[in-house]
Design a binder for this molecule. Structure first.
Ligand code: 5GP
Ligand code: ZN
Length: 114
């Protein structure tokens, strides 16, 4: 738990969120400002500031984030493609410094991202 972290507050139930899945390790909820018809965030329940803060012991956890994200995408019928995104650092667009994976789908995506 990090005192000023908005995602830790969601994990603790101090801030409400539209939770789609949770277990001991991860929480998945709808993004408050969706950038696609489906926009889910999948986060670890322990505070990790972002991708570059991951250590060797987190490798299983990261795999689980991806698996939970793909399961949720399948549940939502995103059979024709979706995007998994992790922003690392301010210049990449990271605004919340608690590791999270975006699951975006339900519309055609462009490449390269902006
Ligand atoms: P980032 O820009 O760091 O990759 O992604 C952070 C995401 O968190 C953004 O898409 C933003 O809309 C979302 N977000 C920020 N605050 C909240 C919140 O309080 N609740 C929810 N559900 N999403 C949030
Ligand atoms: Zn946190």
């Amino acid at each position: 738990m990090s005192q000023d972290c908005i995602f830790c507050k969601i994990i603790n139930g101090d801030i409400p969120a539209d939770v789609l899945y949770q277990d001991d390790d991860v929480l998945a909820f709808n993004d408050i400002s969706p950038q696609a018809p489906t926009h889910i965030l999948v986060i670890p329940k322990n505070h990790i500031s972002g991708p570059e803060a991951l250590g060797e012991s987190d490798e299983t956890l990261v795999g689980k984030l991806v698996r939970v994200g793909t399961d949720l995408a399948k549940e939502r019928g995103l059979t024709d493609g979706y995007r998994l995104v992790m922003n690392n650092g301010e210049r990449a667009g990271q605004t919340v410094f608690h590791l999270h994976m975006h699951v975006l789908g339900g519309r055609t995506m462009t490449w390269p991202p902006g």
